[in-house]
Design a protein around this ligand. Sequence first.
Ligand code: SF4
Length: 109
Amino acid sequence: MEELVKLPGVGRKTANVVLSNAFGKDAIAVDTHVFRVSNRIGLAKSEDVFETEKHLMENIPRDMWSSAHHLLIWHGRNLCTARNPKCLECPINDLCDFYNNKQVKGKFR
Ligand code: SF4
């Protein structure tokens, strides 16, 4: 990580992708989908990308970090989209803070 982020144009997200996909290291790259989905679900609770990465590393077993990154992106592209997430179709809505808060407020009844 320290060496990669010294390269021009390489931040933590890109470095984590390289560490995970090219070097097979455990890493969670937080892109826009990972950030949105993980904070909606409650796997992270932060408005900051680096802090979100730290929350995810605390809440997800290390050997699942890389697959969690891909799963959160998939979920963000297909169901938990930025606008109009498909919460009523979502198989994990019972686990999701965003959905449960809206249900409490009567927005999904
Ligand atoms: S219930 Fe809605 S907000 Fe929660 S993860 Fe599913 S699609 Fe996203």
